[in-house]
Design a protein around this ligand. Structure first.
Ligand SMILES: [Zn+2]
Length: 266
């Protein structure tokens, strides 16, 4: 398998109903950015081939899901047979402290970021970074120079207006190197395995495997994170109006895909 990633036990199999959908790191507009801390380090970043599959919500809204190519597991892949386009994605967990939106969203406050008016939204929650391999360049550069991703905070910045086929992403260090806080050290052990997310076994943060671990470890920080996340999920303050919960669950922004843009509205 083309990724340095430890196999997890059978305990995580069969999860994925109910609970809080996993949120993604998502930047929609030119020069939007997120302040993050990588919780997944270089060797544990998952990457592999995914098909891009159009799905429809119960209300008829279309969205794009990423479905792992089963050929990678040595199995027959129906999506390959149907010639559904595929591309390589990488997955990593980050802690998202906050985000700078280009447009005002509920709960945000106006701030000046290097001369730009931005709308700061505090997130303080784990998020999945899931992007096309096209956007790994600046991350790889940091790795080359530092040998690790987790030793400092970063700003993940998009350039390219909404709807462009070719947005670019930059990773800028924020401040000096610092130890992961105790809260984040505990949290990173509790997060679902990226491989299980990739394979579609896990679509929520508070699935069975995480709950089981909580019984023994029970970090209060983690509990708080999940609660806050659920609250925000209901309000969805950072999401544009057209973004649905279903989209949040498994969506991959078509703008960010190597094969071009998606339907209008995304
Ligand atoms: Zn396939």
């Amino acid at each position: 398998m083309p990724h340095g990633f430890k196999q997890m036990g059978e305990a995580t199999a069969g999860m994925g109903t109910g609970g809080e959908f996993i949120k993604h790191v998502r930047l929609y507009e030119d020069q939007e950015s997120a302040i993050i801390r990588f919780l997944t380090d270089a060797d544990d970043v998952f990457w592999g081939p995914f098909h891009r599959v159009k799905k429809r919500t119960s209300t008829g809204r279309e969205w794009w899901d990423s479905v792992f190519c089963l050929e990678e597991l040595g199995q027959a892949c129906e999506l390959c047979r149907e010639e559904i386009s595929a591309g390589t994605q990488f997955l990593a967990w980050v802690w998202q402290y906050k985000m700078y939106h280009a447009k005002q969203v509920e709960g945000s406050r106006q701030v000046d970021v290097n001369g730009l008016i931005r709308y700061e939204e505090i997130n303080d929650e784990p998020r999945l970074m899931r992007y096309s391999h096209m956007h790994k360049g600046s991350i790889e550069m940091r790795l080359q120079r530092l040998g690790t991703l987790t030793d400092r905070d970063y700003e993940w910045i998009r350039t390219g207006p909404r709807g462009t086929n070719r947005p670019t992403y930059m990773l800028e260090p924020v401040g000096d190197p610092s130890e992961l806080s105790e809260k984040l050290v505990l949290l990173r052990k509790e997060l679902p395995a990226l491989e299980d997310i990739a394979h579609g076994k896990v679509r929520t943060l508070d699935g069975q495997a995480v709950g089981e671990k909580k019984k023994t470890a029970a970090p209060p920080a983690d509990k708080r994170v999940v609660d806050v996340g659920t609250e925000e999920k209901e309000k969805s303050p950072e999401q544009p109006a057209e973004v649905t919960q279903e989209k949040e669950e498994g969506d991959f922004d078509p703008d960010d895909m190597p094969w071009g843009s998606g339907p209008p509205g995304y």
